[in-house]
Ligand binder design. Sequence first.
Ligand code: PHE
Length: 499
Amino acid sequence: MGSRQSAILERALMISLSTGCQPVRIPQQKIYNNMGKRKRTDGGGATALFKTKAGVIAATLGSAVGLGSIWRFPAEAQQNGGGAFLLIYLGCVLILGIPVMLAETSLGRAGRADAVGSYMKLAPGSRWWLAGGLGVLASYLIISFYMVVAGWTLQYLWDSITGALFAGADGESARLIEQTFHHKMESYIGSDIAPLISTYAMIVLNIGVLMMGVQKGIERASNIMMPLLFVLLLLFCIYALTLPGASEGLVYFFRPDFSRITWGVAANALGQTFFSLSLGIGVLITYASYYPSDTNLTRTATTVSGLTTLVAVMMGMIIFPTVFSFNLDIDQLRGTTLVFVTLPEVFSQMPGGRVWSILFFTLLLVAALTSTISLSEVSILFVQKRFKRSRLSATLIMMCPLFLLSALCSLSFGSLADLKIFGLTIFNFLDTFATNWILPICALCVVIFVGWFIPKGTFRREVTNDGRVATRLYPVVNFIVRWIAPVLILVILFSSILK
Ligand code: PHE
């Protein structure tokens, strides 16, 4: 049997498994046509495309810019030597981030299907589809805990609007103010009901956007939210840079302390690159399947990587000058405290602080929302295509279980705090397992597949749009994807194992 025929049989088998019928031979083309007929336009998945160039960039950038660049980056920079971390991160984005993004978007656009389907289409009859399946799993696990943190930002936004966030935090000593915010955060996160409500609200918001489909939901929401995000960031940047003593913070952020560069720091910067650019777990395969065929993939990858890095750098230029100017403890920037204690503390001392607080949590919410949308889309398109569901039912099938899974993550700070998996709470277990393990493994699969196993010429064809786009970078990118990226990803994996 030829490879094309075996692919057709395999596809028919998949469909029979999902519908419980006997396998029948259905010509591949016919299956696609039928999928197209279910919903020809937006909701269909099979034929949905982003409408404009700006939409392609906004949606992909929306996925990349999230809690990772806005919150995790400054905290990581602080813990890993300030400027030294920034330098390594920039190197990682340039050397690894852009090529891997190109590899993944090429895979997605050539496959024109969900993460699993793209592998099936490009490597029929092989087991490569398992790599796509792992991506679907990883993205799903990541949404389950990401949604909880996104929910917290929603609550903090609400509390900034009502003023509840600042109640009891004025006129006391700095130490007491900090304790007040600490206590607020701990009692909020550690409670059961309040964070659950905001997590659920986030899930509902996601469903609202996602069920509208690719153009009317994802693209339109990103087109509105991404410019808003940049305007807000710019406002904060201008404010932070004009604070007295801002330069001290800038020096801290930009001056590299090379003595602090270690393998651990480099591995952290690599991990941050993957997480912040949404690499490796099928989000880019899924989104690229919606890219029109004239989208210039190289330009998209460089623009998205560049702007994501810009957001991270701007955040550094906001956080460090502010912390120095307000004489706050720089070691406090770790983890949750940066966003939920340190910044509210700053806002409480700023003139017009409540307005700034509203703006900041809006910024964080927008960033988190566009990222959760992209993470959810991976499994929604998977269900839509593999199980031939309508947009609405695929959205509900995949989003509703989150009401339970995310609830478990949320409760793991409260009533379920003592429930441990390998010594970690549910939230931390999913975070560690998905981000440190499955994500690098999926990314490894992407680069090995695109570098070595994708049908010959496919990668070049996608990067050059069938020869219509001249790119001198292709040989370099191809070399990185084949040789350098796999080795560096293995480094991240081993460093996670050693940790
Ligand atoms: N890039 C997102 C962030 O920085 C997180 C993310 C990871 C989104 C992987 C999609 C896929 O917050």
